[in-house]
Design a protein around this ligand. Structure first.
Ligand code: NAD
Length: 416
């Protein structure tokens, strides 16, 4: 039997630490640690060749005390209950930290979208939505994109839900295409937030963004945009990776040209403006900030002691294991936790949901200015809590969020 902690074990350990800091009871811990609703669904799909494959889908609503569930849908081969549980719990804390009127949820289907055609992915998505109809809704649980899903997936999601209820319901998902009621600024919101928090963390250490060096792991929806915002702001993005490999340029990569190369070839490797590097070395580069923005558990007890950056900004959810985190803290590396660093996505999802329900749409300036001022305010609150309680930024962010959720529980009372 493996003794390696699962992502859910790590998430519960963060909650335990918040319990120590805030001093609430074991009963309250049990209430907060236990997901409110867990659903598994079979997703049978007819393949293009006429055969059938049955996939496993999940949706977990961790907590509803502050509002409907909110969280992404992930399409990846290794999606399982433990991972979805952990991610749903993180969503509860993320929404509460941002003071949004949501609880936390997460979902996914265990399959590799690269091995399926677009038509098959559409059928998979529509069947998954159909199976979830009894437990989702704009007042119940509002999905969004995550790894392996995008605005197109959300459009199919919204259409299937709308067909079932008999009218168009844009409030059922966020991260929709702008043409279907999506928000301007949503597609790049997570990346913008990663840039804003990276800049704030560097400034906190007295490092000016101009010329600061950064390495970004992952060049998908989060990593690609983050690298672009950083490059535009004058930071030097010296290394970038994806699932196929990594590239390096000590003078800074032209991220716009790299994005063009990835659009053409699907990979960062073989980009003419940089040299190949060992992807395992990317997070260990001697740079000002490293930004893991791909998958979880990439900073662990095996490599954390070799991190040379002053700052780690968690663009991905759960990129640092509990053991890795302890080592980074010991070394004095400033870790900007996922629930703060990548919260721009859920924040602008909230703006999108408000716009969908109001049928009144904001311009990009309003979206991005609102996002920046909200995230900087939360950054300031987290730094203050950390200073006052002598804890690190993750402990501060999780504790602040947990306190709000617990308060909501207490005020609502326990239904017999
Ligand atoms: P995505 O599918 O768009 O991109 C993932 C990227 O990571 C791809 O470039 C892929 O090649 C790369 N990758 C995969 N495995 C890798 C590996 N082992 N090493 C290096 N690169 C690897 O996914 P995304 O939406 O960018 O999500 C990335 C992370 O950010 C996830 O943890 C997700 O939960 C989190 N996140 C996403 C959003 C959002 O709005 N999309 C919001 C908050 C958090």
């Amino acid at each position: 039997m493996s003794t390696t902690p699962t992502p859910y074990d790590d998430a519960k350990a963060q909650l335990k630490r918040a319990q120590e800091i805030l001093g609430f009871s074991d009963d309250d811990y049990a209430l907060l640690a236990t997901p409110r609703r867990e659903v598994t669904v079979a997703v049978p799909v007819q393949r293009d060749d006429g055969t059938m494959t049955v996939l496993q889908g999940y949706r977990i609503q961790h907590n509803w005390s502050r509002g409907p569930g909110k969280g992404g849908v992930r399409y990846a081969e290794n999606v399982d209950m433990e991972e979805v549980r952990a991610l749903a719990m993180l969503m509860t804390w993320k929404a509460a930290l941002l003071n949004l009127p949501y609880g936390g949820a997460k979902g996914g289907i265990a399959f590799n979208p690269a091995e399926y055609s677009q038509a098959e992915i559409e059928r998979i998505t529509r069947r998954y939505v159909h199976e979830l109809l009894p437990v989702i809704g704009p007042e119940v649980d509002i999905p969004a994109p995550d790894m392996g899903t995008d605005a197109q997936t959300m459009a199919w999601f919204m259409d299937t839900y709308s067909q079932a209820v008999g009218y168009t319901e844009p409030g059922i998902v966020t991260g929709k295409p702008v043409s279907l009621g999506g928000s301007l600024g949503r597609a790049e919101a997570t990346s913008l937030g990663v840039y804003i928090t990276t800049r704030a963390a560097l400034e906190h250490l007295g490092i000016h963004e101009e010329g600061a060096t950064v390495a970004v792991q992952g060049f998908g929806k989060v990593g690609r945009g983050a690298a672009r915002f950083m490059d535009d702001a004058g930071m030097k993005v010296v290394a970038v990776s994806d699932v196929f490999g990594a590239v390096y340029n000590a003078d800074g990569i032209d991220t716009k040209a790299l994005a063009g190369h990835v659009d053409e070839t699907g990979k960062v490797v073989d980009f003419a403006g940089a040299q190949a590097m060992d992807p395992a070395e990317l997070l260990l580069l001697d740079v000002d900030a490293v930004v893991p923005a791909a998958v979880e558990a990439v900073l662990t007890e095996k490599n954390a002691s070799d991190v040379k950056a002053r700052v780690v900004v968690e663009g991905a959810n759960g990129p640092t294991t509990g053991a890795g985190d302890a080592i980074l803290n010991e070394k004095g590396v400033l870790v900007v936790p996922d629930i703060l660093a990548n919260s721009g996505g859920v924040l602008v999802s909230y703006y999108e949901w408000v716009q969908s329900r109001d049928n009144f749409f904001w311009d990009l300036e309003r979206v991005q200015e609102s996002q920046e001022s909200a995230m900087l305010a939360v950054w300031g609150d987290v730094v203050k809590f950390a200073d006052e309680h002598g804890v690190n930024l993750r402990e501060a962010a999780v504790s602040m969020a947990v306190e709000r959720v617990l308060d909501a529980h207490k005020m609502r009372g326990l239904f017999p």
